[in-house]
Design a protein around this ligand. Structure first.
Ligand SMILES: Nc1ncnc2c1ncn2[C@@H]1O[C@H](COP(=O)(O)OP(=O)(O)OP(=O)(O)O)[C@@H](O)[C@H]1O
Ligand SMILES: [Mg+2]
Length: 290
């Protein structure tokens, strides 16, 4: 796609956003919630997009996850905090099919049993995951990285002849703005700052329009300014989807979370607003190491 087409895309996007605003509340989040479940689509009519019950996994006899239960509502931005080794990343590994639990139930919506699916299938169903270390293609431009995100599951031949259609072009333009990289379309990803690479990777996930986005320590290594912009970015992208964010930085968590879950020794120690968990004596104990 040429910069001309990109500009057209941006203009179409702006027109659509203006129209949405005039429509006063229609579209966006409320529309997503009101959607009637159809086969192959995640069914959130029971008010949960993700549901874990009594999940356990051991590594060489060590219980990394120990009877863990968790509920995530559609549109929620849940932050998971907890000391090193609490099992936060392992929990994401279980949701995404990278690790199989020894016991328990893991559902995406009320109909999709994630334990019956492979990692690649789970990603295709609409669960996007970002690991801590950015994994962008450094030799490709920002644009090419985003374009590539749409090609992932196609064969080599299909990828070679891949062309963005107009809806995909619009989406790419929208994502570029969202991730603050609209001015860097033709830059090689390798020349971006660490924070910008993290945003680009989030952008690559957004290209696939995940219903649930999971980020593991997204602001690690970022400057103060990049952290601020990331908080703003995450709050914006969660308008259309649910998110789980693992993060150690409490100030950041306080800024973005609608609800906080504290994990400790493979279990949930506390859950609630940032204020509630911060004043919970058990949480204080764990963090102060008594
Ligand atoms: N594949 C594995 N094999 C063996 N042990 C593992 C494996 N994955 C995780 N563990 C262990 O499980 C425990 C939980 O690890 P996990 O990475 O989930 O913690 P975490 O909460 O993400 O910690 P951190 O904040 O340091 O990232 C740790 O003791 C870790 O060593
Ligand atoms: Mg971790």
């Amino acid at each position: 796609m040429t910069p001309d087409l990109m500009e057209q895309g941006t203009r179409r996007l702006q027109a659509r956003q203006d129209k949405d605003m005039q429509a006063d509340g229609s579209g966006g989040r409320s529309a997503a919630f009101a959607r009637v479940a159809t086969p192959g689509e995640v069914d959130v009519t029971h008010g949960r997009i993700l549901y874990l019950e009594d999940v356990s996994v051991s590594f060489d006899g060590f219980k990394a996850i120990n009877s863990l239960s968790l509920d995530i509502a559609p549109g929620e931005l849940r932050c998971i905090i907890g000391p090193n080794g609490a099992g936060k990343t392992t929990m994401m590994d279980i949701i995404t099919g990278k690790t199989r639990p020894d016991a328990g139930t893991v559902f995406f919506g009320s109909t999709i049993d994630l334990l019956r699916h492979k990692e690649a299938e789970i990603a295709q169903m609409g669960i996007g995951r970002k690991f801590q270390k950015p994994t962008v293609f450094e030799q490709l431009t920002v644009f090419e990285n985003l374009e590539l995100a749409l090609k992932t599951d196609k064969g080599v031949k299909a990828s070679m002849f891949f062309r963005l259609d107009s809806a995909q072009g619009d989406r790419l333009a929208e994502v570029l703005h969202t991730i603050h990289l609209a001015d860097s379309v033709q830059r090689l990803a390798g020349t971006l700052s660490h924070g910008q690479k993290q945003w680009l990777e989030i952008g690559m996930l957004l290209m696939q329009e995940p219903e649930l986005l999971m980020l593991d320590e997204p602001i690690a290594g970022m400057s103060a300014r990049e952290r601020e912009l990331t908080a703003d970015l995450l709050k914006r992208i969660c308008k259309n989807r649910s998110m789980i964010v693992i993060e150690h930085d409490m100030a950041f968590v306080a800024q973005i979370a609608s609800k906080v879950t504290v994990m400790h020794q493979g279990k949930i120690l506390a859950e609630g607003s940032m204020d509630e968990v911060q004043n919970n004596p058990q949480v204080i104990d764990v963090y102060l190491g008594h």
